[in-house]
Design a protein around this ligand. Structure first.
Ligand SMILES: Cc1cc2nc3c(=O)[nH]c(=O)nc-3n(C[C@H](O)[C@H](O)[C@H](O)COP(=O)(O)OP(=O)(O)OC[C@H]3O[C@@H](n4cnc5c(N)ncnc54)[C@H](O)[C@@H]3O)c2cc1C
Length: 384
């Protein structure tokens, strides 16, 4: 077993770290406070192909479609500086562009994937509704076929990138067989009449990331815009989320890393009782526990990514990675605030933002309870 990163992966880490420190770090606090993604960062990210990380070059991407570890490293390094950006690019790439690459027809790739991979358009993946959160089977947004078009009615909530997206992947109900609902994923151009953006959420964390409600009123979508087949939406939706979880885990590894780095710096500088607080066992144990939790998360995340690249069933390990990494990030950021004392609660210190951002990760792309449910079901069925 070889745990070392390839030269290319090491280079990708170095370049993304330098990029994030140069272009995102100085603006992260301001973006959090005004809940806006900075347009200059957007332009630079596009130049760096961070919107097409996991897409082959022939479709305008960076060509890392078979190197999910590198995709994780990029997401981790962006997340280390600003989780609002890592969720923006992570969602765009992993649950919009990548599914289009895997399930899309050649025509769909030409029309929708290329602009997404080049960063000319932003993507959103929309499944959650008012009555369909953890229970995705509760989706009520529906579509009926009228001639050569599907007519879609309903609404989605909490869509990351929703308010800025020009291409949406929409999971809707297209029928019922007996008591079983049938779902389909549709590719939707945001300029379609009948589409509108509703409320933009004002959130606790990842505040610069756009989270919006989307409304569809008699929105007509061409028949050929289904992704992967009519009635296949539930299976495809779950596969999309499986992949997305690896990247959400990577984002949390970055966030946890940032919390540890800030804590080490502060513990070495802050003097109480005549010595740096890092000399006290109470602080040392916190730092040790943070390190263990984040390192376990990193290993699980890279394992899931490696399994994905080697065409192995990574669903359960991906869920474990997402669960472990989000809870490790929560623990590490919580301890980081504690180590900073009152300063940890102040806007002047980034750990306050890390703490709020980490909480979100325990909820989106499947809550911790749902990850435990998925893991337990797999373990009970297959054994260990
Ligand atoms: C910042 C952010 C970004 C998001 N981005 C997107 C996006 O891009 N696209 C999208 O479609 N959605 C998105 N979501 C929605 C997110 O995926 C859902 O919020 C999440 O799946 C949970 O659904 P819910 O909020 O309705 O909670 P609920 O499902 O109502 O759950 C409430 C509580 O009950 C628990 N619970 C529910 N069922 C069970 C069970 N069977 N066993 C034990 N406990 C249970 C949950 O774990 C939770 O603690 C986003 C959410 C946030 C906060």
């Amino acid at each position: 077993m070889d745990f070392s990163l390839t030269k290319k992966q090491q280079m990708i880490r170095k370049i993304t770290r330098e990029f994030s420190e140069e272009y995102i770090a100085h603006i992260a606090e301001e973006s959090d406070q005004n809940s806006q993604l900075d347009p200059t960062v957007m332009k630079e990210m596009k130049r760096m192909k961070y919107f097409g990380t996991c897409i082959p070059e022939e479709y305008g991407g960076a060509g890392l479609h078979d190197d999910t570890i590198s995709f994780c490293i990029i997401t981790e390094e962006i997340g280390r500086i600003d989780a609002s950006w890592s969720i923006t690019t992570g969602v765009h790439c992993s649950v919009v562009a990548y599914p289009l690459y895997i399930f899309g027809t050649e025509e769909q790739k030409q029309e929708f994937l290329i602009p997404l991979a080049k960063g000319d358009k932003i993507g959103a993946f929309c499944i959650t509704e008012a009555n369909a959160g953890s229970d995705a089977g509760g989706v009520e947004t529906n579509a009926y076929l009228d001639g050569d078009e599907w007519v879609i009615n309903g609404s989605k909530i909490f869509a990351t990138n929703g308010g800025i997206a020009e291409t949406l992947l929409l999971v809707v109900k297209t029928g019922e067989k007996g008591r079983r609902k049938e779902f389909t994923v549709f590719i939707v151009d945001a300029n379609t009449p009948g589409y509108s953006v509703g409320v933009r959420e004002d959130k606790l964390g990842v505040r610069a990331s756009n989270t919006s409600e989307l409304v569809f009123q008699d929105m007509r979508v061409p028949k050929e815009n289904d992704l992967g087949g009519i009635g296949k939406g539930f299976r495809i939706g779950l596969q999309i989320l499986d992949y997305g979880r690896i990247l959400m885990a990577a984002q949390c590894v970055g966030l946890g890393q940032a919390a540890i780095e800030a804590s080490i710096k502060y513990a070495n500088e802050r003097v109480q009782f005549g010595q740096p607080i890092g000399k006290f066992q109470g602080i040392q144990w916190k730092i040790a526990d943070m390190g263990v939790a984040v390192e376990c998360s990193r290993l699980l995340t890279y394992q899931a990514a490696w399994m994905c690249d080697n065409k192995l069933d990574y669903g359960m390990i991906g869920s474990m990675a997402k669960l472990k990494a989000s809870e490790a990030a929560m623990q590490a950021t919580h301890d980081a605030v504690q180590i900073h004392g009152a300063y940890g609660l102040m806007k002047a210190y980034a750990v306050e933002r890390y703490f709020r951002d980490a909480k979100m990760a325990e909820i989106y792309e499947g809550t911790s309870e749902i990850q435990r449910m998925v893991i337990a079901q797999k373990l009970l069925r297959r054994g260990y």
